[in-house]
Design a protein around this ligand. Structure first.
Ligand SMILES: Nc1ncnc2c1ncn2[C@@H]1O[C@H](COP(=O)(O)OP(=O)(O)OP(=O)(O)O)[C@@H](O)[C@H]1O
Length: 258
């Protein structure tokens, strides 16, 4: 087991302002598993990812990570999280620089990831000159360049238009299948989760708990073609029936707070 979460809870604030954001959550993620988490807005998905990344402490419970290195996880955010003042190459090399990887080796590894993410011609460009899809590729290349044991992705494609999103989903599918690693992927999209995931977890409205778990029945290596299969539509419909109620509950409680 790579990630072992036991009775994890997280609250924010105190007294009347206290928000119960997450849990209790029990979750085991196997080494090499691509696990997708889908849930309504505000149910604590990002909070859980931050707990796994070690950026936030749980209020109760614990998360154990079977790590081989001191910094096993790398994170990809929705808003790219790349530095505008650094070139594309320097952005992708960033984690390697921090790890003290010698410049020549870091450059070679960064360039290799640029090539895999179709950015080879943009090594010297700055993020402002890139489209949203290309910036997100930079962000993914940066996370993968350090070859993390665990890749944490927080709605990485949410800011992209539908066509670009489809393309990046297919690319990520290919990359992750070529190079299996443990991935925790948060999304609002059941389609995305069923395409990418070895397992899809559906969370309740806040405080988020796992209310359903499915294993998409599509053997690897998969391609985007599974999107059009009857099993895909069936599982998407079944999970949406569950998720819809939670989304409505979340929307009602957000409305009540206004
Ligand atoms: N640092 C914080 N201080 C106070 N409240 C917080 C903090 N971080 C998160 N929250 C609250 O905890 C709840 C869960 O937030 P979180 O961002 O984890 O949800 P999410 O499921 O990722 O939401 P979304 O899908 O909208 O990104 C929300 O109500 C949020 O407002």
């Amino acid at each position: 087991m790579k990630i072992h979460a036991v009775d994890v809870e997280r609250h924010f604030g105190r007294g009347a302002k206290r928000v119960d954001a997450l849990g209790p959550l029990d979750l085991d993620i196997r080494t090499g598993e691509f696990c997708c988490i889908v849930g309504p807005s505000g149910c604590g998905k990002s909070t859980f990812l931050r707990i796994v990344a070690g950026l936030v402490k749980p209020t109760a419970g614990r998360v154990e990570i079977a790590a081989r290195s001191a910094h096993p996880a790398a994170m990809v955010f929705q808003d790219y999280g790349i530095s505008p003042w650094k070139s594309v190459l320097a952005n992708v090399r960033f984690g390697l620089d921090i790890q003290g990887v010698p410049r020549k080796e870091a450059d070679a590894r960064a360039r290799d990831w640029l090539k895999r993410l179709k950015l080879a011609d943009f090594a010297d460009a700055y993020p402002a000159a890139l489209s949203g899809g290309m910036r997100q590729r930079v962000s993914i290349a940066r996370a993968l360049a350090v070859e993390p044991e665990i890749l944490l992705m927080d709605e990485p494609f949410a800011a992209l238009d539908a066509q670009l999103r489809t393309i990046l989903q297919d690319e990520l599918l290919e990359i992750c299948q070529a190079d299996r690693r443990t991935v925790l992927f948060v999304t609002h999209s059941l389609e995305e989760a069923l395409l990418l995931g070895d397992r899809v977890l559906v969370m309740s409205s806040r405080p988020g708990r796992v209310i359903a778990e499915r294993v998409p029945p599509f053997p690897r290596p998969r391609t985007g073609a599974v999107r059009t299969s009857p099993e895909f539509a069936e599982m998407q419909g079944e999970l949406w029936a569950l998720l819809r109620g939670e989304v409505e509950t979340a929307a009602e409680s957000a409305g009540a707070q206004k």
